[in-house]
Design a protein around this ligand. Structure first.
Ligand SMILES: [Zn+2]
Ligand SMILES: [Zn+2]
Length: 328
């Protein structure tokens, strides 16, 4: 595919898509029914549906029997840790292998022309972005994710929190499933603004921002405190009436879904003439410019707070003007 049919490349070789990046039309005034209908498939495809299916697969084949989970034990907890680790390795590894090791589509649709593996940086363990990210993903992200999972499943199994069943309350649970990405966006925006405050940025969030040119393994490359905050949203399912399947979906949405902003390519080519949009541009701009696009545009928080960057040269100019105005 010729990516110049879809965007432009600057003299450094960095590619940006044509047109303006817009927040989802879901929450807008006046209401835009036609725009919402047109946008709706992208709400489910490809990502939300994929994570719903992965949660179902977990429920069917991986999550232990309730009688096993009634007792906290290392056995099933470590088994879940191992399976989550393998799943993360395969999922992120697939993007990494195809796009960054085999470089199957070269730099076509790639926002930053450079590949992180070609550059060393002292910011990272062993000066390597990938090694640093792998250590943080498997040493901190997956264990913290699994700890939340074990705790929540155990509380459901013991009856300590209400377990709403799909047979009795299908519409409530379906409605909850539909709004979970919106709740994720709200939670993500809130914790993200919090960790951009000077103290927490310096000691916590700067780790994630070391990846100025993010690649799939950057997705879970965070300080453990950020992992704790990031995965804590799953605790929602022990605070409100819910179902363990939705808690697993929420964890997959956070754990696997982080790839969405970090894949580094606007489209992932699937053969000669087909490419799947990655929806990565808004968060890529956050990694590039730090002070824009704190949320992903599902809810237009950045528009409301004046930090939206639409990816155009005009967006660059507006950001520069905001920075100048903020100078003492
Ligand atoms: Zn990021
Ligand atoms: Zn940030």
């Amino acid at each position: 595919m010729d990516d110049l049919d879809y965007g432009t490349r600057d003299k450094r070789g960095d590619w940006r898509p044509n047109g303006k990046l817009k927040p989802a039309p879901l929450i807008a005034w006046p209401v835009q029914p036609l725009a919402i209908l047109k946008w709706l498939p992208s709400y489910f495809l490809p990502w939300n549906l994929a994570f719903a299916l992965s949660a179902l697969a977990y429920w069917q084949w991986i999550i232990p029997e309730v009688s096993v989970m009634q007792k906290l034990s290392w056995g099933w907890a470590l088994q879940l840790l191992l399976i989550n680790s393998i799943a993360v390795f395969l999922f992120y590894g697939a993007f990494e292998c195809r796009l960054y090791i085999a470089r199957a589509q070269g730099a076509r649709f790639k926002y930053n022309a450079k590949f992180p593996a070609d550059q060393k940086s002292r910011a990272f363990f062993f000066q390597r972005q990938n090694i640093d990210s792998l250590i943080r993903a498997f040493g901190s992200a997956v264990p913290i994710w699994t700890a939340f999972e074990v705790l929540i499943l155990h509380l459901y199994a013991t009856g300590a929190v209400p377990w709403v069943s799909f047979s009795e309350n299908p519409w409530y649970l379906f409605g909850l499933f539909l709004v979970l990405p919106l709740i994720h966006e709200l939670h993500f925006f809130a914790i993200h603004r919090l960790i951009h405050t000077p103290f927490l940025y310096k000691w916590v969030h700067s780790v994630h921002h070391n990846s100025v040119n993010p690649s799939p393994w950057s997705s879970l490359s965070m300080h453990p405190v950020e992992h704790l905050l990031y995965f804590s949203l799953a605790l929602l399912h022990i605070l409100i009436p819910s179902n363990p399947l939705l808690a697993i979906y929420q964890l997959h949405f956070s754990g696997f879904g982080a790839v969405v902003g970090h894949v580094g390519f606007d489209r992932v080519e699937m053969g000669e003439n087909k490419a799947i949009p990655s929806h990565a541009f808004a968060h890529y701009l956050h990694h590039k410019y730090f002070e824009v696009n704190y949320a992903d545009g599902l809810i237009p928080f950045d528009k409301w707070f004046g930090t939206w960057h639409d990816g155009t040269p005009e967006g660059d100019a507006q950001m520069q003007a905001r920075r100048r105005a903020a100078l003492p």
